[in-house]
Design a protein around this ligand. Structure first.
Ligand code: AHR
Length: 331
């Protein structure tokens, strides 16, 4: 896939310079590559099994940071999304003296001590997708992700266009405490709260899960006499769960209730093509190439921007979704 990316480079420093330096210069840690053609060691503190988006993202990172590309990638998925297992893996990578740490945090908060330890060991940390809260950019080298706030604003803009007279809506959120959930709420609320004709019936986490989202939204439909026109589901799997709840209630998804989601996974695009979903805002998970360029610069001791945004597409019709699927997408 051509990398659709917006990669802000520090002015005056070209990637070519970093590439020509190869991986000889390692940026920190005492266990990293000592020079020559040794591999640079990268510790990836990952989320692990969570859904289709995560699978695409973490597979892409592992397929990119290969030995042929000059890396020894040590993949450490969380145990059951548990932050303590991530902190333990993070600490092990610091103690081992890897050259760079990649971190996709299961929780936004609680990382200050770990990040300070990596900083003390002069090991740069790259946040992959998920941010930290509070967001202290001095504690990490950069964060690479699509823009959650902008993706959610675009969903809200679509909703306003789809419902000129407003709507009763419900929000299916990801897990509490996850940075992207707060960012998605922020973008959506900033736009939709300005529209008095939109009535928020409520919001509840369904933990990225189709089954949980179906259960949550079944209750929402019953408690509101089916008078719900719009769902903002913060990922595809939860949107598909809402579709199932709508159908179980004898209603027609896409007509009685419009459901908008974020991610752009195959399941999401197929549901949009079928008319079950009404809008899918892609949150592009394929940025291993961008991460590799960033890591090569960091290993070469160069600086990078504190935030690197990954461009994403918008799918706002069944035709657009079918066209993407026919072109071999998602991602
Ligand atoms: O952090 C990205 C989110 O995590 C995706 O939107 C969701 O599908 C994944 O589980």
């Amino acid at each position: 896939m051509s990398a659709r990316k917006r990669f802000t480079q520090v002015a005056g420093i070209t990637l070519a310079g970093a590439m020509s330096l190869g991986l000889a210069a390692c940026s920190g840690g005492d266990g990293g590559s000592g020079g020559g053609d040794e591999l640079a060691t990268v510790g990836f503190v990952a989320v692990g099994p969570e859904g289709a988006w995560r699978e695409a993202n973490e597979s892409n990172i592992q397929e990119t940071f290969t030995k042929d590309a000059g890396f020894d990638l040590k993949f450490a998925p969380a145990a059951n999304l548990d932050q303590k297992s991530q902190i333990d893996a993070f600490t092990s990578f610091v103690d081992e003296g890897v050259d760079v740490i990649l971190l996709s945090a299961t929780e936004g908060s609680g990382w200050e001590d770990s990040l300070a330890r990596a900083q003390e060991a002069e090991i740069p940390v790259v946040l992959i997708d998920r941010g930290i809260e509070p967001d202290d950019t001095s504690l990490y080298a950069t964060r690479i992700a699509p823009d959650n706030v902008e993706v959610s604003k675009a969903v809200a803009d679509w909703a306003i266009g789809a419902f000129p007279d407003g709507a009763n809506y419900f929000v299916l959120e990801g897990p509490a405490g996850v940075s992207v959930v707060n960012e998605r709420n922020s973008g959506w609320d900033e736009v939709i709260d300005a529209e008095s004709s939109f009535n928020k019936l409520g919001a509840q986490t369904a933990n990225w899960s189709t089954e949980e989202a179906k259960s949550v939204f079944e209750t929402v439909l019953k408690s509101n006499g089916n008078d719900v026109q719009l769902v903002f589901a913060q990922n595809d799997e939860m949107g598909i769960g809402a579709v199932q709840a709508v159908e179980e209630a004898g209603l027609t998804p896409g007509e009685d209730v419009k459901i908008a989601t974020i991610d752009g996974t195959r399941g999401g695009l197929e549901a949009l093509a079928a008319g079950d979903l009404s809008y899918v805002g892609e949150y592009n998970p394929i940025f291993g190439d961008i991460a590799l360029e960033v890591v090569e610069k960091l290993v070469a001791g160069e600086e990078v921007e504190s935030s690197i945004l990954v461009d994403s597409a918008v799918f706002d019709s069944s035709e657009a979704a079918q066209e993407a699927l026919d072109a071999g997408r998602p991602f």
